[in-house]
Design a protein around this ligand. Structure first.
Ligand code: S3P
Length: 443
């Protein structure tokens, strides 16, 4: 495949499609599979770059993982079966990989070094390192004079004899929460975690499904009580739902390309994660959502999207949190809507794979929308029935900025060019899926 995707104005997109397995859930299937007491088979596993980084790291820690055709066979060894890696673990572009591994390794009695690509190297790890140190792990990393007190990759961690923790998370972050849960499962005594708002709960659901001593009490605190537990998860067959984050690009494409009618099947609809659908409805989108089944406690179903007029809306608070990874796609909908859309309470977007607030402001402005950047979000005055401008998209190692630029290009008269290198991080079949729906893509 060429390294640039060429996007032109699209005829209506039509058809029924599926998307690869959910990236967040696939990371967890690999990690928790490694901690099982025997063989775990996972079906529909995402095999984008980020998930491959998790698989490679676990292999380096002595876990036999066979991948192919959306399936994985993971020979679980339990926490105690993990072995010191001979070399540094390369977490690539993946924040989930490095942060969840820190939680896992916090209780292992050996040293591990972890690194990542240029984007991951800029992402803050202090939020995970501080509570893990408090529990007894030793973590060293690169400092940054501009951000004193924080720590950045490359990192070295030496696991300790952990003690349980009562901890109030300062940010609602599923990566942080999951890292602490993994450490708490290896600690002496119970732990209790509280989030300021509920982040995606895939970890709690899958660990519960695999028999870990984890529960949520009446006050909403997550309680981990490992005393008396044998430290091994129950081997299970894991079925990974399609990735709603990937599906949202197809859904938004269908909403903004006149005459489109697209259905995505087999997609995860976990409410802690499905804020994008509520946000699009608030923007006037015509969506039909049906839950058709359940996979490991995760609701799964289909979403049908038909093109129509969109209007501005306010996306903030818990809605913004439940759509955290979909803001790039939603901002494309905003750029094609009538009126102003305000995205707020999203300071976390500045420390994702790129500074997404700055990147989106730049890309949408290039396309002709009136954008105001704020510290915690942006306001976008959409073009309504106007036509966005094409041009070169600059993804800055961020798969979601690349795909957002591509779908906006489906409405532009002139050509949009998108470097494809980063798209494989989460959605390697993005271009072929869009092309099968009728998008005129070239390379
Ligand atoms: C993820 C959690 C979120 C999300 C990321 C995946 C996860 O990050 O943005 O893409 O799988 O736990 P934060 O925990 O930093 O909010």
């Amino acid at each position: 495949m060429s390294s640039v995707l060429r996007v032109r104005r699209s005829p209506p997109l039509r058809g029924v499609c599926r998307v690869p397995g959910d990236k967040s859930i696939s990371h967890r299937a690999l990690l928790f599979g490694a901690l099982a007491d025997g063989l775990v088979e996972a079906e529909g596993l995402g095999q984008g770059g980020d998930n491959l980084s998790t698989a490679a790291a676990l292999r380096a820690l002595g876990v036999d993982i066979q991948l192919g055709d959306g399936r994985a066979r993971i020979a679980g060894v339990g926490f105690a079966g993990l072995r010191a890696a001979a070399e540094e673990l390369d977490c690539g572009n993946s924040g989930t990989t490095i942060r969840l591994l820190l939680g896992l390794l916090a209780g292992r009695p050996f040293e591990t070094r972890l690194r990542g690509d240029a984007s991951l190297t800029r992402r803050p790890m202090g939020r995970v390192a501080a509570p893990l140190r408090q529990m007894g792990a030793r973590i060293d990393g690169r400092g940054d004079p501009a951000r004193p007190g924080d720590v950045f990759p490359p990192l070295a961690i030496r696991g300790g004899n952990l003690t349980g923790i009562r901890y109030e998370l300062e940010v609602a972050s599923a990566q942080l929460k999951s890292a602490l849960i993994l450490a708490a499962l290896q600690a002496r005594g119970p732990s209790e975690l509280r989030e300021p708002a509920r982040s995606r709960d895939h970890t709690e659901r899958m660990l519960g499904f695999m028999g870990a001593p984890i529960s949520v009490d009446a006050t909403g605190a997550i309680v981990i009580a490992p005393d008396g537990w044998n430290g091994r998860l129950r081997p299970a067959r894991l079925t990974i739902p399609g990735d709603l984050s990937s599906a949202t690009f197809l859904i938004v494409a269908a909403l903004i390309v006149p005459g489109s009618d697209v259905t995505v099947e087999g997609v995860g609809l976990n409410p802690t994660r499905a804020g994008a659908l509520d946000a699009l409805r608030a923007m006037g989108a015509e969506l039909e959502v049906a839950v058709t089944g359940d996979a490991m406690g995760e609701p799964v179903g289909r979403v049908r999207a038909r093109a129509g007029r969109l209007r501005g809306a306010r996306i903030d608070g818990e809605l913004a949190l439940r759509a955290i990874d979909e803001i790039p796609a939603l901002s494309v909908a905003a750029a094609c809507a009538e009126g102003e859309t305000i995205f707020a309470d999203l300071a976390e977007l500045r420390i994702k794979e790129s500074d997404r607030i700055a990147a989106l402001a730049r890309e949408l402005t290039r396309a002709g929308a009136a954008v105001t950047e704020r510290p915690d979000g942006l306001s976008v005055v959409g073009l309504g029935s106007g036509i966005p401008k094409g041009g070169p998209v600059v993804p800055e190692h961020d798969h979601r900025i690349a795909m957002s630029g591509a779908i906006l290009g489906l409405r532009a008269d002139d050509e949009t060019t998108v470097p494809t290198a980063d798209i494989g991080t989460s959605f390697p079949s993005f271009a072929e899926t869009l092309a099968a729906l009728g998008a005129p893509l070239g390379s």
